[in-house]
Design a protein around this ligand. Structure first.
Ligand SMILES: Cc1cc2nc3c(=O)[nH]c(=O)nc-3n(C[C@H](O)[C@H](O)[C@H](O)COP(=O)(O)OP(=O)(O)OC[C@H]3O[C@@H](n4cnc5c(N)ncnc54)[C@H](O)[C@@H]3O)c2cc1C
Ligand code: SF4
Ligand code: SF4
Ligand code: SF4
Length: 381
């Protein structure tokens, strides 16, 4: 029977909950705002051990190296996607074959969770990175259902969600394609939900929409935009704490599944080193690095119409991208930050007080780079 004694050893993938034949596991939120499995009716447990067998942290997959790195973008889907718009192009292909697509959406109440789509209107809501751990609900059971119906399924998520799905399903299935994201960590859903409420209180109105990575003006210097306002991402305390690794799930500092251990067919990333790898695509509108992990992934990439794709040097493609390195270190004040969260009178002020300001020289350089990038875009227009 699964029992979480060390939170760094649970990525919250829900595989154990979904696999339990007695349905005695629920996901329960902790004080930091992350969900963990909990056996709420131990008397129903039949001791089958399935919950432990399907855990991708207890039974990690073998690491594998991608066979190829590509610089890719889809002209049609560039606007509104986080990097090169590869995900919607993949989804469109699956939908055209009568398949079902799973991905993360922002719900009407601003919570983030996985949904399934049968048409491009459904896929539209999945576009764009949501910097919050997505609630999977019963997505794994739903994937199994559609596969049993003979439908093709595209499942996209973080490496731990993809690894959990593979463990839950057990055997490989030709009809399933999995796509993960290069991931350095996910912030707390509880923190995000509290932050939404604090912003709504401050502005006296409801948040109607959010774009965590709004690259309308610049991909590199993207904005955090909601119906309540917009600012450079680094000036928003929620986003600043995310990029400074303060608000990540404990398992992200000890990640057991990234680095080719998710079993995904394709891995999508931001190709930050595009200027060196594929300079002809470097125009600050967004380019994806796509890593081909299987023949199924390669076949899907080759079937896409209307995308620009170039093979690039594997090593060069990894430069400037934290998602490739070892898991990030736990910031010294992380525990203190989460402990004080619930008693903070002014949440926004409290969050700002934990943002580490870069030295003045670095901030000036950053502002100059953002200014030059904006000037270049205006000249090109
Ligand atoms: C939490 C998080 C951290 C990331 N960290 C890095 C990084 O360190 N380095 C890097 O190169 N790239 C990172 N990415 C990935 C990158 O920003 C792009 O999402 C990716 O390149 C796909 O872009 P796209 O333009 O092809 O698709 P888009 O149209 O932007 O599609 C977004 C895709 O991401 C999925 N998604 C969005 N939010 C979540 C979520 N919270 N949980 C699970 N799936 C989600 C959607 O289902 C969809 O498949 C991260 C993404 C997320 C969500
Ligand atoms: S041992 Fe079996 S029945 Fe008990 S919690 Fe785990 S999966 Fe459920
Ligand atoms: S990592 Fe996944 S399978 Fe393992 S205990 Fe956590 S939720 Fe369950
Ligand atoms: S860093 Fe690892 S544990 Fe954290 S969300 Fe990403 S894949 Fe999951």
């Amino acid at each position: 029977m699964i029992k979480i004694t060390d939170k760094s050893l649970c990525c919250g993938c829900t595989a154990c909950m979904s696999a339990c034949p007695a349905q005695c596991i629920v996901m329960r939120r902790d004080r930091e705002g992350f969900d963990y499995p909990f056996v709420n009716s131990p008397d129903l447990c039949i001791g089958c051990g399935k919950c432990e067998k399907v855990c991708p942290v207890l039974n990690p997959l073998e690491p594998s190296m991608p066979s190829e790195a590509l610089a890719v973008r889809s002209g049609r889907y560039l606007d509104g996607s986080s990097s090169g718009g590869v995900f919607p192009a993949l989804a469109e292909q699956i939908i055209s074959e009568g398949g079902v697509v799973f991905g993360a959406v922002v719900n009407d109440d601003m919570t983030v969770g996985h949904a399934e789509a049968y048409d491009m209107a459904g896929v539209e809501k999945m576009r764009g990175s949501k910097y919050v751990q997505s609630d999977l609900y019963a997505a794994f059971e739903d994937v199994r259902y559609w596969l049993s119906e003979g439908r093709t399924v595209l499942f996209s998520g973080t490496p731990c969600q993809v690894a959990g799905l593979h463990k839950y399903l057990g055997e490989s299935n030709d009809k399933l394609v999995t796509v993960d994201l290069l991931c350095h960590g996910v912030p707390s859903p509880g923190l995000w939900e509290k932050y939404v409420k604090a912003l709504e209180k401050k502005h006296g109105s409801r948040m109607e929409y959010v774009r965590f990575k709004d690259k309308t003006d610049s991909w590199r210097h993207y904005a955090f935009t909601t119906s309540l306002g917009s600012c450079p991402y680094i000036k928003d305390p929620y986003m600043a704490l995310f990029v400074q690794d303060m608000s990540l799930r404990p398992s992200c500092y000890n990640c057991a599944v990234r680095g080719g251990r998710s079993g995904s067919d394709l891995t999508l990333s931001d190709l930050w080193s595009v200027q060196r790898c594929a300079p002809e695509m470097s125009d600050d509108k967004g380019v994806s690095g796509v890593y081909v992990n299987s023949e199924k992934g390669r076949a899907l990439m080759e079937s896409l119409a209307g995308v620009e794709a170039h093979q690039v040097d594997m090593e060069l493609s990894r430069i400037d991208n934290g998602g490739f390195h070892d898991p990030v270190a736990i910031p010294e004040k992380r525990e203190e930050f989460f402990q004080g969260l619930h008693s903070a009178e002014d949440l926004i002020k409290y969050m700002k007080s934990y943002v580490v300001r870069k030295p003045l020289g670095k901030r000036v350089c950053r502002a100059v780079r953002a200014f030059l990038s904006a000037c270049k875009k205006k000249i090109l227009k």
